[in-house]
Design a protein around this ligand. Structure first.
Ligand SMILES: Nc1ncnc2c1ncn2[C@@H]1O[C@H](COP(=O)(O)OP(=O)(O)OP(=O)(O)O)[C@@H](O)[C@H]1O
Length: 681
């Protein structure tokens, strides 16, 4: 489990709850008014014993039935007024408190959306869900009930004791004696209860995670016949939660038992003493009746303190848990990051007339990125021109184990070794995507382990498509995630057309860069909405669906308006992948990052998608993670990632001939690919 469980003791309940003030502030007038109304209602209840005293010592003693009826009418009016005031209090707070809860939930959601991917790597989704649901519900209940009634009951108890002492101070003192043990009890209870309340709320989060995983992974669970073991795991967590809830109940029952018994004993003692005083003629019967009625009226305010404290403690825990998520740092923008390029609209050194560096979504492709001739100009499936014929000094790549060519050499190969069919005038060197000495290590990586990526130097020229090839776990996905800043580089820098991405506002960066991941995620929305998340207009939607060979959409019951089920699970893997690809290309992105986007497609669909993709890649600078030769064929050049470094860059043919590791990776891929074709899958 992630570090979302309380590692240290939470701060005091009061300090925790005070953090709610910014949310409570806008409704403070209503809350204070409601508390005032409740105090008046509660104190009205204390007037009832005084009316009783008046009835007993007055009309009853004087045998005056009319006076008794009048007293009864007073009692009725007091009762009705008390009930009406409590009802009014509820009306005052109900609506504002619902909006406090909604605001807090919206803030949490907004914040969670802005937290870095590394946060989500560490936090279980159930822990976030429970914070956004159960914890916030607890807080609304706290503001509605314990917050007000701790104050109301406190004032009622003080007023009640003032009345008791004024009526007969010696009896009042008898009732005051239990206050000291009760205060000690409450403080011990608070400490113990806070620990177990935190434990219970964390366990609810764990349980939510298991339920969520089981629902999302229901196909795997059923497919592997794991429903029993999953049910066992769930039952075990439920059993633990039940144990914790029982521990809470035991603590509460103990406190409630004592909080009820001790005042009852005191009232019993006062009754005996009072009766003796009445018998001795020191006290009127009416005063004793009023005294005992007041004492009994104070029973509920005193007894309820137990569960009010329990609820407050749970709410304090809920507040701590809520702010644990809210305090997590959002993705920070670099100081001075602006939505426009610092030097105007163009990157430093960009040629005059070049398109400004602005989100390319929905706009026509930039002329800067156009290539007179490129891989896209080849007929689908046509072989790459032999680059060796144009290489002066032979292929610029290194064999595994041999020294990696220096960046200059790699860059030299960009111009010397790269396919010269592309353009007579290579675009300026700073254009495109540049990785400069990039290093990356996951925050939660074990200490002492080497970084996933170390000293990555790579230049993907403007308009070029670069395939990224490497063994499983070599860091390809990690490398691609660095470009849209899903993770921040640990060292070095990445530039887009010469501009450091760390200095760009993320919104602008993500307008420039489009991504399609290997695992295509769709949302519970229509097909069209899912694709248009990538920007673009309805016309672009049709074009993107064509590129991704997603014509199946038109055969769906409502076409592009068809709702896809949760996470798109109503579609096949290949269909989802095509929609994810359509989403990546729909906004005509300036920079395109594709993480093995065709892995789930059959060979025929793959060939069709590739043919259409070539046209898109013509207008964009792309980095494509590739596992098989057919995907590599989309690229102008290939970079080999190995041991956390780019060990070779060149064309597919160059690397096949001169790099044993690459040849090995591709031959395996070819075999797998062929095998796949043979068995028809
Ligand atoms: N969130 C994470 N925290 C810690 N380590 C991670 C995390 N994500 C990935 N890794 C590790 O980083 C390394 C590179 O992972 P990555 O997913 O980038 O590899 P890959 O080359 O894309 O693999 P594949 O070809 O199998 O998709 C792996 O060793 C992986 O275990």
């Amino acid at each position: 489990m992630p570090d979302t469980h309380a590692a240290t003791k939470d701060p005091s309940a009061t300090r925790s709850l005070l953090r709610l003030w910014p949310y409570v502030r806008p409704i403070r007038t209503r809350l204070f008014s409601a508390a005032f109304v409740a105090i008046v209602a509660s104190c009205l209840g204390l007037v009832i014993p005084l009316v009783l005293k008046w009835i007993v010592d007055g009309p009853v003693a004087d045998h005056d039935p009319g006076g008794v009826w009048l007293g009864a009418l007073y009692l009725l009016l007091l009762g009705v007024a008390e009930a009406a005031l409590f009802g009014f209090r509820r009306w005052l707070v109900a609506r504002p408190l619902a909006s406090v809860e909604a605001d807090m939930r919206a803030d949490l959601y907004r914040h969670v959306q802005r937290l870095p991917v590394s946060f989500h790597d560490r936090w279980a989704s159930g822990q976030l869900l429970s914070r956004g649901t159960t914890d916030l519900m607890l807080l609304r209940m706290f503001l509605a009930f314990p917050l007000t009634f701790l104050v109301v009951n406190g004032v009622t108890i003080l007023a009640g004791f003032a009345i008791l002492l004024s009526q007969q101070w010696s009896l009042g003192l008898v009732l005051l004696v239990p206050v000291i043990p009760l205060v000690v009890l409450c403080s011990v209870f608070e400490t113990r209860y806070s620990l177990v309340a935190r434990q219970a709320q964390d366990q609810v989060g764990d349980l939510t995670t298991v339920v969520e995983e089981s629902v999302l992974g229901i196909r795997i669970i059923k497919g592997f016949g794991q429903h029993r073991s999953q049910a066992l795991a769930f039952r075990e967590l439920s059993r633990r939660l039940r144990g914790t809830e029982l521990a809470k109940a035991r603590l509460l029952a103990g406190l409630w038992g004592l909080i009820t018994t001790i005042p009852e004993l005191a009232i019993g003692a006062a009754l005996v003493l009072g009766t003796v005083q009445v018998a001795d003629g020191e006290l009127s019967a009416g005063t004793l009746v009023a005294f005992l009625s007041t004492a009994l009226a104070l029973r509920w305010p005193v007894e309820s303190i137990g569960f009010l404290l329990a609820m407050s403690q749970e709410s304090a825990t809920a507040t701590v848990r809520f702010f644990e998520a809210m305090d997590a740092e959002e993705e920070a923008e670099a100081p001075g990051a602006s939505t426009t390029h610092p030097s105007g609209d163009l990157p430093p050194g960009a040629p005059q007339g070049a398109a400004p560096l602005e989100p390319a979504r929905g706009s026509a492709p930039s002329p800067v990125l156009e290539r007179p001739a490129s891989s896209a100009d080849r007929a689908p499936g046509a072989p790459l021109p032999d680059p060796c014929s144009s290489i002066a000094g032979g292929p610029a790549f290194a064999l595994p184990g041999t020294e990696r060519p220096a960046q200059d050499e790699l860059t030299l190969s960009d111009t010397d070794g790269g396919p010269d069919h592309r353009t007579a005038q290579p675009p300026p060197a700073h254009l495109g995507i540049r990785f400069e000495e990039v290093m990356f290590r996951y925050l939660d990586a074990a200490p002492g382990t080497s970084p996933v990526l170390s000293r990555i130097d790579l230049h993907i020229r403007a308009g070029e498509t670069m395939a990224l090839v490497g063994g499983t776990g070599s860091g390809k996905t990690t490398l691609t995630a660095l470009v849209p800043r899903l993770h921040e580089v640990s060292g070095g820098r990445i530039t887009l057309d010469g501009e450091d991405i760390a200095l760009m506002p993320r919104e602008r960066l993500r307008g420039l860069v489009s991504v399609a991941f290997e695992e295509p995620t769709l949302f519970s929305a229509s097909v069209g909405d899912n694709v248009l998340m990538g920007g673009g207009s309805p016309d672009d939607l049709e074009r993107a669906l064509d590129i991704a060979q997603a014509q199946f959409v038109r055969r769906l019951p409502q076409g592009v308006d068809t709702q896809v089920g949760e996470q798109g699970l109503s579609l096949s893997g290949g269909q989802r992948q095509r929609l994810a690809l359509a989403r990546a290309v729909v906004g005509r992105p300036r920079f395109l990052i594709l993480d093995d986007p065709l892995s789930a497609l059959d060979v025929h669909t793959e060939a069709l998608v590739e043919a259409a993709l070539r046209r898109v890649l013509q207008d964009t600078t792309a980095l494509v993670v590739a596992h098989r030769p057919s995907t590599v064929m989309l690229a102008d050049r290939v970079a080999l990632l190995s041991g956390g470094r780019i060990t070779a860059v060149g064309t597919h043919q160059e690397l096949l001939r001169g790099n044993a590791e690459y040849a090995w990776l591709m031959s395996g891929a070819e075999e797998r690919h062929d095998g796949k074709g043979e068995d028809g899958r």
